[in-house]
Design a protein around this ligand. Structure first.
Ligand code: BG6
Length: 516
């Protein structure tokens, strides 16, 4: 049954062909729409940062793409006492700021806003729950997005249950952080399991929704070229870098209790590692994929203390005001939390024995750049002798920005003067591949929210996967806490602490550059 404020939202279609540089007309690949049935989506924390920056803009873009059918309802729920119209105005501002009118026709925003409702609600009290029930429709997919602080997850789950709002077609979407260690993750899983079945729980890691992260699986498993070489016999090592140029901003309160290990390695980089290292799943289906990822996590060796480098960013002299140091931003002058971490990690299984994975992530680095580099071994014998020098093929998967794939190959430097060899990139930028009018790839949240509605858990983390990731992470953190280690300072705008360079130098290797 729809509530009194309900307005009808329309369906918008979109999906013109594109004309390539060679004047060929091809279907626009990024806007192919797999329709879903009308659904109800409730956003708890509807006035919060994530809802404004990501969830509402993502829904709007899917609406523009014609994916949200007539009759879909999006119900914002939060403490603030908005009425539906003031909430729509708030949502409109957020969408204008975070989802510029990409490919949408005039008037689309108004049509989208007609799908929105708002219910003032107390997540841990009794207010608003009956009103919320009045906005929900029977016999359709019902998704509840927990975009609230984790301490409220339990309250929400309980109240949904106690107010009879859960149906077999109900799904809940849970944002990270999913616990802060194995114990808290287990408690959280157990609490959710007391109200929902695993098939109803969608634990988001937004990295899995990124286009190029999905492409990693396609590149690996849909091309014959790479998979035969994808093992320790041919791969020297793998580097996974997620560098950010931004600092911790105003999230100091959360971040200072988390640090880069909990905030990024345990989830985002772990997922990238899994997708890079896993065996081919039998099918692209939720449990096949997640079983293979879990095997990778369980095959991770404990990390040796001298294979860990932690750093904390300092302000550049003269720029303290605009770009404060980590400790100032965190408002904790004695903080020993890391804003940077580099690790040498081993996957102890048949495929990867002896091939290290180097992971690094940090804030306030020289550029925003997320890249996976698969560095192949040198050719076993150089027929060009000393003159040829050493050359390795490197497959670089750029996740962001400038999504694409580069294969570094060795060729002869053109011109006379002997056999001089140089490395050149075979470069495929996805934007170019999509044609001259290629657009930014869809935001991760667009894909993930629609997967929730479709009931596809492939790109979401299963409970045992999250717990296994914490089981590997906990001893690493406990180790440096016991040793009383403090992070090494590094200058904002640099590539991180010098010790991270040594981590690879000791192995006669070096990091790939961090380029925007
Ligand atoms: C979040 C982390 O999960 O991911 C942030 O909490 C980080 O600290 C962000 O900045 C990075 O996401 P993206 O999509 O900007 O690479």
């Amino acid at each position: 049954m729809n509530g009194p404020e309900t307005r009808e939202c329309g369906t918008h279609s979109f999906g013109q062909d594109i004309v390539t540089a060679d004047n060929e007309t091809v279907a626009r690949p990024v806007s192919r729409v797999i329709p879903v049935d009308p659904f109800d989506l409730v956003i708890f924390g509807a006035t919060g940062d994530l809802a404004q920056r990501k969830i509402l803009p993502a829904l709007f873009r899917r609406f523009c793409a014609g994916q949200m059918p007539k009759g879909t309802r999006i119900i914002g729920a939060a403490r603030s006492s908005h009425d539906p119209d003031t909430y729509r105005a708030l949502a409109a501002d957020a969408i204008r700021e975070h989802a510029p009118n990409r490919g949408c026709e005039d008037g689309t925003l108004e049509e989208f806003l007609a799908c929105l409702d708002y219910v003032p609600l107390d997540a841990s009290g009794t207010t608003g729950w009956t009103e919320l029930a009045g906005h929900l429709t029977a016999d359709r997919v019902r998704a509840f997005y927990f975009s609230v602080r984790p301490t409220l997850f339990g309250d929400l789950a309980e109240r949904l249950h106690d107010n009879g709002l859960t149906t077999p077609e109900t799904r809940i979407v849970v944002e990270k952080p999913f616990g802060r260690d194995l114990h808290s993750a287990q408690e959280l899983n157990a609490m959710l399991a007391s109200h929902f079945e695993e098939r109803q729980i969608y634990r988001i890691d937004h990295y899995l929704g990124k286009e190029t992260v999905q492409n990693l699986m396609v590149v690996r498993f849909a091309n014959m070229l790479f998979e035969p070489l994808w093992n320790s016999q041919y791969v020297d090592h793998i580097q996974i870098t997620v560098a950010e140029s931004a600092g911790i901003g105003n999230r100091g309160d959360y971040y200072d209790r988390a640090g880069a290990m909990r905030d990024m390695i345990q989830n985002h980089l772990m997922q990238l590692l899994c997708l890079t290292a896993m065996e081919p799943p039998a099918k692209f289906e939720p449990d096949s994929v997640r079983d293979e990822k879990l095997k990778v996590i369980r095959a991770l060796d404990p990390v040796l203390p001298h294979h860990i480098v932690r750093g904390q960013y300092q302000a550049v002299p003269g720029q303290q005001e605009a770009h404060p140091s980590y400790r100032e931003a965190a408002d904790n002058p004695r903080s020993t939390t890391e804003s940077y971490i580099a690790l040498r990690v081993h996957v102890s299984n048949w495929r990867w024995a002896g091939t290290p994975f180097y992971l690094r992530t940090g804030k306030r680095l020289v550029a925003r750049s997320s890249v996976i580099s698969v560095v192949f071994k040198d050719a076993p014998h150089s027929i060009f002798g000393q003159e040829g020098g050493r050359h390795a093929n490197v497959l670089t998967i750029r996740l962001q920005p400038n999504e694409g794939i580069t294969l570094q190959v060795t060729i002869k430097e053109p011109g006379p003067g002997g056999m001089r060899l140089i490395d050149v990139p075979l470069d495929m930028t996805f934007a170019e591949a999509l044609g001259p009018e290629g657009e930014d790839p869809p935001d991760a949240y667009e894909r993930l929210i629609m997967d929730v509605i479709r009931g596809n858990q492939t790109l979401f983390m299963r409970g045992d996967e999250v717990e296994a990731a914490w089981a590997w992470t906990d001893p690493v953190i406990a180790g440096w806490e016991q040793r009383g280690e403090v992070p090494k300072p590094y200058e904002s705008g640099s590539t991180g602490p010098g010790d991270a360079e040594l981590l690879l130098k000791r192995d006669h290797r070096s990091w790939r550059g961090i380029k925007p």
